[in-house]
Design a protein around this ligand. Structure first.
Ligand code: RTP
Length: 154
């Protein structure tokens, strides 16, 4: 994908705590209002096998068992958002991994304080976004449509 592409994509996931706390709409609204385009959306309870692939670089970490237990504790909402600089801007909108280091105005900076329950996930590079999108969605679930056509307003 060329840098600066309007079709850059990022994988954003509302984690079980964000779903349980009723923050799905708030998180989606921030991406919509910013100007990003929703091209895939799914709710599911992830299993261990899927999460081991998603967090493949963390499986040896001491906190991995508690991360796994938390991430399988309830449904997650998986999304693909498309638009200019989607990966980097998405991470900025989420805030830092540690909510206490996250600025007010970011999702984590506004809604959480616990690193283990930091509400959301966002891809950290264009390459990992592509891998994560392929892991959480089938190609058919990632849609192509023209958002500029206003035909449905009237
Ligand atoms: P995420 O994948 O969830 O967006 O998080 P991230 O890239 O900001 O951070 P990453 O290092 O990939 O960690 C994934 C998730 O594991 C939990 N974590 N706990 N106790 C700890 O030291 C620790 N470190 C990471 C967090 O929930 C983090 O989001």
């Amino acid at each position: 994908m060329p840098k600066g592409s309007i079709t850059e994509r990022t994988y954003i996931m509302v984690k079980p705590d964000g779903v349980q706390r009723g923050l799905v709409g708030e998180i989606m609204a921030r991406f919509e209002k910013r100007g990003y385009k929703l091209i895939a959306l799914k709710m599911r309870t992830a299993d261990e096998a899927l999460l081991k692939k998603h967090y493949c670089d963390l499986v040896e970490k001491p906190f991995f068992p508690s991360l796994l237990s938390f991430m399988t504790s309830g449904p997650v909402v998986s999304m693909v958002w498309e638009g200019l600089d989607a990966v980097k801007q998405g991470r900025q909108m989420l805030g830092e991994t540690n909510p206490l280091a996250s600025k007010p105005g970011s999702i984590r900076g506004d809604f959480c304080i616990d690193m283990g329950k930091n509400i959301c996930h966002g891809s950290d590079s264009v390459e990992s976004a592509e891998n994560e999108i392929a892991l959480w969605f089938t190609p058919e679930e990632v849609l192509k449509y023209d958002q500029t056509r206003a035909a449905h307003i009237y």
